[in-house]
Ligand binder design. Structure first.
Ligand code: G
Ligand code: G
Ligand code: MN
Ligand code: NA
Length: 244
């Protein structure tokens, strides 16, 4: 069987699971949100999303996959106590090919999750602002109270001028910018100036890929909004999330 066929079977049989990775406040390190990340259990392990998300993206399968993940994540999350936020990755195709606004609206109504507790992550390349349909959907989602995050910032084409104009509330700085923190003063300086610029935009700023104390301490001095990375929490199943 091809990966595509096996993935379709897993979808049909509702075998895909969702892991949740906590995102913490930059200063207190309290959990403020979780990012939903799809996992495909297979042969007593997991197939990496990097393998099957790319396959799914070649057809409408990615739309089906992500509608499933969005629904499952919101349902599971709405049943948890507390008031942290949930973030879900949204591929471009879901914005282009579906009425995401109607889907999200219905989901929030049926689960009772307040819209302010949900945000959606898009990557830069997906935020093609020349599509009126995409822009309308983003604006309608924000009007509902749902947040829009720009994922992997710095890996695409966006400059700050462009970023200013995007209908985006949250920016996630890609982990490549902090990989070398502590090693060389020059790297710290580049990252420092990017952080300074980003903070001037008045968006909620999350830095990804924190793997050690040195990086956490460095970022504390910048007082960005939130941090995400293996140093704080790895992606975990729902049951484990209940216990943290
Ligand atoms: O969880 P992990 O680090 O292995 O994820 C690898 C990639 O897969 C990341 O770029 C992540 O954004 C993507 N990914 C994880 N879950 C989803 C999902 O539900 N939908 C989409 N479209 N991408 C996802
Ligand atoms: O592209 P996106 O930001 O959605 O991808 C999230 C991915 O990043 C997930 O697959 C998650 O497992 C991974 N991730 C989260 N924290 C860290 C980290 O500290 N280091 C590395 N290398 N990957 C991380
Ligand atoms: Mn993401
Ligand atoms: Na990212």
């Amino acid at each position: 069987l091809t990966i595509k066929t096996e993935l379709q079977l897993a979808l049909n049989n509702e075998q895909l699971v969702i892991f949740y990775q906590p995102i913490v406040d930059c200063i207190s390190h309290d959990i403020v949100a979780v990012e939903a990340l799809v996992r495909w259990p297979k042969d007593s392990g997991f197939v990496a999303p990097s393998e099957f998300v790319a396959v799914a993206e070649r057809s409408r399968q990615i739309v089906e996959l992500n509608q499933y993940i969005l629904r499952q994540a919101v349902k599971q999350f709405a049943a948890l106590p507390g008031n942290i936020r949930l973030s879900v990755n949204i591929p471009a195709s879901q914005l282009h090919a579906t009425d995401l606004v109607a889907d999200v609206k219905e989901l929030l109504e049926t689960t009772g999750l307040p819209s302010q507790r949900l945000y959606l992550e898009l990557t830069e390349t997906e935020l093609v602002t020349d599509s009126a349909h995409v822009l309308n959907q983003l604006q309608a989602l924000r009007a509902l109270g749902v947040g829009i995050a720009l994922d992997d910032f710095g890996t695409g084409y966006s400059n700050l001028q462009y970023l200013k104009q995007l209908p985006v509330d949250i920016v996630k700085l890609d982990r490549s910018f902090i990989d070398d923190i502590g090693d060389k003063a020059a790297d710290n300086q580049l990252t420092g100036s990017i952080l300074d610029m980003l903070r001037s935009l008045d968006k909620y700023l999350i830095v990804e890929g924190i793997e050690n104390l040195q990086q956490a301490e460095y970022l504390r001095t910048f007082n960005v909004n939130a941090l995400q990375g293996f140093y704080f929490h790895k992606p975990m199943p729902l049951e484990a999330l209940r216990a943290v």
